[in-house]
Design a binder for this molecule. Sequence first.
Ligand code: SAH
Length: 221
Amino acid sequence: MAAEARDAVREDEVRAMVRDQIEARGVRDPRVLDAMRRVPRHLFVPPELHDHAYEDRPLPIGLGQTISQPYVVAAMTEVLDVGPGIRVLEIGTGSGYQAAVLARLGAEVHSIETVPEIAVRAADMLSRMGIQGVTVHVGDGWEGLPSHAPFDRIILTAAPPEVPGALVAQLAPDGRMVLPLGDSDQVLVTLDKEEGGTLRRTDLFPVRFVPMVRRRRNRET
Ligand code: SAH
């Protein structure tokens, strides 16, 4: 198939994905739907999976990691409620797709990835696509990014067994965090930082993300 014809097919696939998987499940924010239509998901998966990029499921992106199901990306983006100038910290860059969707909404995204090869690949793809507003950092998400804190929003796309304290500390007053929380049973949770620093937790729906790894530190004894 000619490249042009293939791109046209992708356009149909994108439209169907948004209509059948995302709008049909209740995501309503037109800005989020628009961002999901405009970021070409197939470019964030390995070439041999391009034909599956718009299916209703997560996909492997190599090195044992996955790109989340389109609906989960859209739902997390909607509850994160970002717009131009909003400062976002993402834990788990992976393919860079979630970061690209947030940047498409005007957010200023800092994304931390613990596996250097994955971080480099995502940063390359984002710059080749001309997506601005995402900075990829190699590091440990458990520590967040104190040098760039506070953040208006924090999104985790790897699941911790408990809420990382450093991230709560780096969340701005009135800020919101969205994360998959738990080990084998995970639930998608929002945490809103209210006056006085208390956190209000809302449970959304069960999810299944890769675990957020703890980096072993080499400490001299
Ligand atoms: N947001 C991604 C999907 C993330 S998959 C996307 O849109 O494609 C989860 C990613 O989290 C993996 O790449 C994994 O290496 C990374 N990860 C796991 N534990 C981490 C940690 N402690 N700090 C930073 N990244 C972590």
